[in-house]
Design a protein. Structure first.
Length: 128
């Protein structure tokens, strides 16, 4: 169970790191903001502060999960802290994926990419 938790938590963290780069670093490129259903450069520029901020939320969750993964390899209190971090981080990621799915059919693929690894990591971490 622990290995599965680490694998899926790692996938969830990598996804959120990638989204950080899309939202906070590469946002103004048409190929990038177009992936988020933003129609024009003007709209992308208007939304840029929100996307920038949201990207850092994704990065913060990913960092928390990565620290948790590292601590899962320890014993005693460090393991408990690691498990807590992974559970909290992946729960937040899974909830955000569910919320994204509720926003419309055009977001179902992105929602699944966000939700599935996080939800599986959450289940396997709780069971570990």
């Amino acid at each position: 169970m622990l290995i599965a938790a680490i694998v899926f938590a790692s996938l969830a963290a990598l996804f959120h790191i990638a989204v950080f780069f899309l939202e906070s670093v590469l946002w103004t490129r048409p190929a990038i903001f177009g992936r988020f259903n933003i129609a024009s450069q003007e709209d992308a520029n208007t939304i840029r502060p929100m996307a920038y901020n949201q990207g850092f939320y994704n990065l913060a969750l990913a960092i928390g999960v990565v620290v948790g993964i590292v601590l899962l390899a320890q014993t005693g209190d460090a393991f408990i802290v690691g498990k807590t971090l992974v559970i909290f981080g992946t729960a937040c990621m899974a909830i955000a994926g569910a919320v994204l799915a509720s926003t419309g059919r055009s977001y179902l693929r992105s929602a699944a990419l966000q939700f599935v690894p996080a939800a599986l990591a959450l289940v396997f971490t709780i069971a570990a």
